[in-house]
Design a protein around this ligand. Structure first.
Ligand code: 5AD
Ligand code: SF4
Length: 441
């Protein structure tokens, strides 16, 4: 009989891709995936530590598995991802019913860890960082997954050390994957039916920078754009300091590149940007945005913004509000600053009150909501091209897809349209999605 595993994934798209590898590895040793922990022989959490709240969630979730293990002592419980990388063996000490911990460079060792618990009830933690060559050799073979949109990792890790960010500490140094491997993987996924590919990395704009003979990221986009059968191309995430003119020009030159860029601002104050070690000023950022808009008039921008960085003043915060208004983001993820161990910002003195931070956070949200509503309202009554991704979970007979600007559109249609780009007239603009009507040919 097959053994069963249950996997929960938190955090960013990197973790989602890592979880695909976890599924493949576990299926390779005879496990089948199930949708509830109480049906499983093995329970895994793939974790995120980017903010304190995400990290605390891990312990909360582990607690939910304890009663199941009390009932079924042979249940194996494991933790992977960024919290596992950060805490390592300590987690086994803190959580007595936890069996295994595997870090961000050690996913390939999961089968061995599971088998050790199965055979000898031996608990284990592996969290060592690996050298570049070893990591490159460990890029997994991707198995087919029935999906219109797929993610392909082009680089891993980060060298930027933004002062608030834990990612370089838990994901290690930047490595870029050889371009021929990326092109081969995209070609294979398109051959299996993928229509849209998102090239993925912590900072895709620095792709290839460390390797003298490698393509630039813009050159890589050109090559991927020319793969036959591919319909749409996206990338994430971009660091503004590494967004070159050559890359911006791709939005004018490449027919498959979608009209959307996620370009995290973090702050609009030059003083805070410097303390954050971001490597650009507000005016550098705005110049790039202007060029993007000039090259692609329909482009929609999205962003990440942190409120309450140590000693942010009212003037700093207003500079952020000002920039947010000038850029006009279609959407922005806003975060309250959360000190992270090992980071430079965690050692900075901070005299702001929690109430002050919260109030600023709410002011920013309000401004951003107004801007988002006004931008998405422009789509009302328009006919937009929608790549159909699947059947909507909201209403029977409804499909969902996305516009090139990355907006979800729900509309009524036949599931035979999945995987096609179809014209849809927008009839209602909701807070987070559009409602549309299929335009029959
Ligand atoms: N506190 C709050 N937000 C953070 N982010 C990263 N680290 C922190 C932190 N310590 C946000 C940044 C980043 C996004 C993924 O998470 O805005 O772009
Ligand atoms: Fe973190 Fe900065 Fe690297 Fe993004 S670029 S992962 S914010 S250190």
């Amino acid at each position: 009989m097959n053994k069963a595993f249950y996997l929960e994934t938190f955090g960013c798209q990197m973790n989602v891709v890592d979880s695909e590898q976890i599924v493949d590895l576990l299926e390779g040793i005879g496990y089948a995936q199930v949708d509830a922990a109480d049906k499983a022989d093995l329970v895994l959490l793939n974790t995120c530590s980017v903010r304190d709240k995400a990290e605390r969630k891990v312990y909360g979730h582990l607690g939910r598995f304890k009663p199941i293990k009390d009932q079924k002592p042979e249940l194996i419980i494991g933790v992977g991802g960024c919290v596992a990388q950060q805490e390592g063996e300590q987690m086994l000490e803190k959580v007595s019913y936890l069996d295994l911990v595997f870090g961000t460079h050690n996913i390939h060792r999961l089968p061995e860890l599971v088998q050790q618990v199965e055979e000898k009830r031996q608990r284990g933690a592996v969290t060592n960082f690996l050298e570049r060559e070893t990591r490159l050799n460990l890029f997994p073979e991707r198995t087919s997954k029935d999906s219109v949109t797929r993610f392909v990792t082009v680089m891993q890790g980060c060298d930027n050390f933004c002062s608030y960010c834990i990612v370089p500490h838990v994901r290690g140094r930047e490595i870029s994957r050889p371009s021929q491997d990326i092109i081969a993987e995209v070609t294979a996924l398109v051959g299996e039916g993928a229509c849209e590919i998102t090239l993925l990395g912590q900072n895709v704009n620095s792709y290839g920078i460390k390797d003298a003979d490698e393509l630039t990221f813009a050159q890589l986009l050109h090559q991927v754009n020319s793969i036959a059968g591919l319909q749409r191309l996206r990338f994430a995430t971009s660091h503004p300091k590494d967004l070159t003119d050559e890359l911006i020009d791709c939005f004018a030159d490449l027919d498959k590149l979608c009209q959307h860029i996620h370009l995290p601002l973090q702050s609009g104050s030059d003083r805070i940007l410097k303390l954050m070690n971001r490597g650009y000023t507000a005016s550098d950022y705005l110049k790039k945005v202007e060029r993007l808009k000039k090259k692609c008039s329909q482009i929609r921008l999205t962003s990440d913004i942190i409120v309450g960085f140590p000693n942010e003043t009212e003037k700093d915060f207003e500079a952020t509000l000002d920039l947010v208004k000038q850029v006009g983001y279609a959407d922005a993820f806003t975060f309250l600053y959360s000190p992270r161990v090992e980071t430079a910002a965690a050692k900075m003195q901070d005299h702001q009150s929690g109430v002050q931070k919260q109030q600023r956070f709410e002011r920013l949200l309000e401004v951003q909501h107004e801007i988002s509503a006004a931008i998405w309202q422009k789509d009302d009554g328009q006919m937009l091209s929608v790549l159909v991704e699947g059947e909507s979970k909201q209403a029977q007979g409804q499909l969902f897809g996305r516009t090139t600007s990355n907006r979800i559109v729900n509309f009524t249609g036949s599931s035979a349209l999945i995987g096609q780009v179809v014209p849809v007239k927008i009839v209602k603009v909701h807070r987070n999605s559009h409602l549309g009507e299929l335009v029959e040919p």
